[in-house]
Ligand binder design. Sequence first.
Ligand code: NAD
Ligand code: ZN
Length: 349
Amino acid sequence: MRALRLPGWKSEPEVVEVPEPTPGPGQVVVKIGGAGACHSDLHLMHDFEAGAVPWNPPFTLGHENAGWVHALGAGVNGLEVGQPVAVYGPWGCGTCARCRVGVDPYCENPAGAPVPSGGGGLGLDGGMAEYELVPDARHVVPLPEGLDPVEAAPLTDAGLTPYHAIRRSWHKLPPDSTAVVIGVGGLGHVGVQILKATTAARVIAVDTRADALKLAEEYGADLTLRSGDRTAEEIRKATPGGRGADVVLDFVGADATMALGAAAARTVGDLTIVGIGGGTLPVSFFSVPYELSIQTTYWGSRPELIEVLDLGARGLIRPKITTFGLDDAVDAYRQLQDGSLEGRAVIVP
Ligand code: NAD
Ligand code: ZN
């Protein structure tokens, strides 16, 4: 079969012929219907080098996958060949306390996972191929009625990651609150929709690109702001009494966006850094609002994926998708890099 592989660090991916996988005991092979192209893959191609993560190329890209069950290994029950499924992407050890409740991203026994702190498309072969080997059937999640694999694929990361980040701040998002989304790309444009669908917060979207802000507006953002020197002030002005944003979600993670988040946040607010832009935020007692909670989040849990798929199946969130064939995947990443893509690119092999 054909697959889009990352041959090494600091290199471009290429389409090559690889053997078709067969499932061992407890494993499942999924025929890929869609594989999302994430900005994290650009970090893998351009920013990472040996030692940055506990695994190395070569491997097939694509950590945001859905399709149909193709083959079942011995002992797998409850799934049928041909059934539409999403692949839960973070693959932990499966036996630690966190994996047992479906929180594989924070697996406490990474040495016992198929690859430490990774998954398909992140150290192991992912979904930018005709078939993907899923090493444990618990990662295969049946799709609810009304969702096809192309629509479901981005929900497994571009949906699940903002959902997890927003869900943990729900208690800070009552009806008179304000949430800020910085970076309205693949993750951020779904983040705006998740905020609208699951909270009554006022939603402010910030981006450097006019197209991204137009998309945020289409999905119901109450205010959109082009990021610049006065953005923090503009956000404060849009909140009652100028108090600032209750929750800021940074889907970029650069020095400038983290500084913006800290400057725009309210006392006792949340600043959640999701983007892996390599930035840092110096923190001292008086440099950030009192009792601001600052955290990173990584992906989401399996129970949260089921909730996100439900939001998608009911039409409450709808990622904006452009599809590309496997041969055009490199072009999809180029557009993602250029900022000429809206929403999410999904590779249909
Ligand atoms: P994307 O390229 O689709 O979107 C990024 C958006 O940010 C674009 O719209 C871009 O115009 C905007 N942007 C860039 N610089 C900006 C700035 N200074 N101010 C305002 N907006 C700016 O990327 P994506 O696929 O949505 O991923 C976003 C980030 O999240 C990446 O760093 C990715 O690696 C990371 N990510 C993290 C997790 C996690 O679990 N923490 C999961 C997936 C992706
Ligand atoms: Zn574990």
